[in-house]
Design a protein around this ligand. Structure first.
Ligand code: BTN
Length: 246
């Protein structure tokens, strides 16, 4: 299990709260934000009982095998869309630093390792009236989650499975958070995100609640929108589940 001491050694002076077991780190980070948490503060859990994924899905974080972290950020309202980009790029960079060879990002923010999802990012903006209090950047990384023999075996992967060696979760987390800090301070994450997208040029199908958009992915916009050339012309897509190859 991760321990407070292990995390303190890696995270230095960063304010953080560690819990062996929580429902969702995003919920606790949101509560801490309202209490007045500083920018960059992190909520970390060893296990999540009700981890949230995109579109209300469940995100599994079994004990001892994954990273579940939520970072409290204070972007301007115009930069909210870049928070998930920062998460995906930071994770991709940290995995590359471990020597992972085939890292890419599948629009919008799934980090792929050997073509399978190794990590998910869920950012949630917290408003009070029309005032932005902050944004919670939630990141889940499969470090040694066992997918063999499960429904997810074809689509999900763990870092240790790909690298075939043990990975120190605290160190990986420290690296990810350092990269989050760097992109938050320096800006310009859009280009780094765009350059890592495996989606561009490919035939794609994006499923939304009430429609499906199919065509060739032409590029992305700074807002994060995906431009798809369809039989009916160019469409700008802001959200949805993307399947590569149509
Ligand atoms: C996705 O659906 O791909 C996004 C998954 C995001 C999971 C992370 S784990 C830490 C944080 N807490 C949550 O409840 N969700 C995010």
């Amino acid at each position: 299990m991760l321990t407070e001491n292990q995390l303190r050694a890696v995270l230095g002076s960063r304010p953080f709260r560690f819990y062996p077991q929580v429902d969702s780190t995003n919920d606790l980070a949101q509560a801490w934000l309202i209490e007045g948490a500083p920018q960059g503060a992190a909520v970390i859990a060893d296990e999540q009982m009700a981890g949230r994924g995109r579109k209300g899905r469940v995100w599994h974080t079994p004990p001892g095998v994954a990273i579940a972290v939520s970072v409290i950020l204070s972007p301007s309202p115009e930069a909210i869309g870049q928070v998930t980009m920062i998460g995906a790029v930071a994770i991709a960079e940290a995995l590359e630093a471990l020597g992972a060879p085939k890292i890419g990002i599948k629009w919008a923010n799934d980090v792929l390792l050997n073509g399978k999802k190794v990590s998910g990012v869920l950012s949630e903006a917290v408003w009070q009236g029309d005032q932005l209090r902050g944004v919670i950047l939630g990141m889940g990384i499969n470090v040694r989650v066992q997918f063999d023999g499960t429904d997810l075996a074809d689509s999900a992967i763990s870092v240790e499975t790909a690298l075939k060696r043990p990975i120190d979760r605290a160190e990986l987390l420290g690296h990810v958070l350092n990269r989050v800090d760097a992109w938050t301070q320096q800006g310009g994450v859009f280009e780094a995100w765009r350059d890592r997208l495996v989606t561009i040029g490919q035939w794609v199908r994006v499923t939304q609640d009430d429609r499906v958009i199919e065509g060739q992915a032409q590029g992305v916009e700074e807002s994060g929108a995906l431009r798809i050339e369809t039989a009916d012309g160019l469409q700008r897509v802001f959200a949805g589940d993307l399947h590569l190859g149509g």
